[in-house]
Design a protein around this ligand. Sequence first.
Ligand code: PHE
Length: 456
Amino acid sequence: MSQPTSSGSGAKPARELFGTKWGFVLAAVGSAVGLGNMWRFSYVAAEGGGAAFVILYIAMVALLGIPLMLCELVVGRKTHLSPIGALRELGGKRWATLGMLFVLVGFLILSYYSVIAGWTLRFAVESALTGFPGEPGAHFTEIASGRGAVMWHLLFMALTISIVMVGVQKGIERAAMILMPTLFLIVLGLAAWATTLPGAGAGYAFYLQPDLGQLLDPGVISQAVAQAFFSLSLGMGAMLTFASYLSKDTDLNQEAVTISFADFLVAFTSGLVVFPVMFALGLQDAVTESTVGALFIALPGAFEAMGGVGRIVGVLFFVALAVGAITSAISLLEVVTSSIIDEFGISRRNAAVGMGILIALFGLLSANSLDILGLVDQFAGELFLAVGALGMSIFVGWFMKDPITELARGASPGFQAVIPTALVLVRYVLPPVIAVVVWFQIVATIEVVRVTFGGG
Ligand code: PHE
């Protein structure tokens, strides 16, 4: 095993690695699968026209998502360093700036992600104890504001910190090994149950019968790309950081395909739960209104209307959502933590607790205002991820020395054969396409800023 090279601040102890191949895969899938799959995917898909969006999304994951994931994995495993150090080592000082952007983005995304995760956790716990409330709209307002929102956000951050603090194998890997299989089972079980709902047919039709006219709408394409980056945790160094704990004999190509496929499957299967439930209860308008809260109002309402079964199903749904959120939050905090450890040479414990507290404090802004939450999401979760993805594809495609050799290390013959094609995508297709997405995101961000600050 190669020893990690240090950059700048003196000799470092050997890097801790994932204990098993499955540990890495589950941790990476845990990063990818989260609120983005079970909540964001449903409403973005609904907005983008249902089935047509699903097809576009698959195409974007294959065309852009997998190659971009390879870019992150190859840089992480080659250097065994966290984003700032990794990009500095391979590209010099200028590229270290991209690593700093990644850390900033991890910080910002986690600050509001944890707020939404806090609502989720609260739904899971409270519905298990007392059932779903009769007035979902009023209840959501209560959950998403004031002291309650703050407390559950802080609780969720505390949970995240307590796992990251412990380390890669004993904290992150162990949590993923337990939590991810649990989540898969719950989501599969819920989808099976949803087939029994009377009236579910309209939901399946909306979700599975494409209106092909929408496939060429550039706005929808750009939404699909943005959703792919967010859902696959790309564009901010999460996959890069996890790959920095990988030994040299793993097949990065196979991992990238497995992670992307698993992420898609969970998103798709969640849709097989959300749409039948919504349509069975005549709540379809609630899905297409793409506000942060729509699903958090409509779904509990639906579960409540279903009586005893609804309660069991609802609790399971929110438990799965909270589980997905925790494993994603871990990866967000890990990007920040590992960079602080590598750059300043402080202990993991201090880095995780210190940065976790700062993030939790910054998140108080989002806990107290849905407008701010939406704004930070637009900047960090949409615009900056696209910018980060653009930077990463340009770096690996045009500046990194010989990415092919590193990608080929440990690759099976089948994958060896497609690596050159992947590099062609990374060089010639990703940068221009992602640049267009960045442009769309700039326009969308200006709009959100205008509405937030000018709309009165
Ligand atoms: N992929 C996660 C989700 O779908 C969110 C996330 C984005 C996590 C970026 C890490 C980095 O919920």
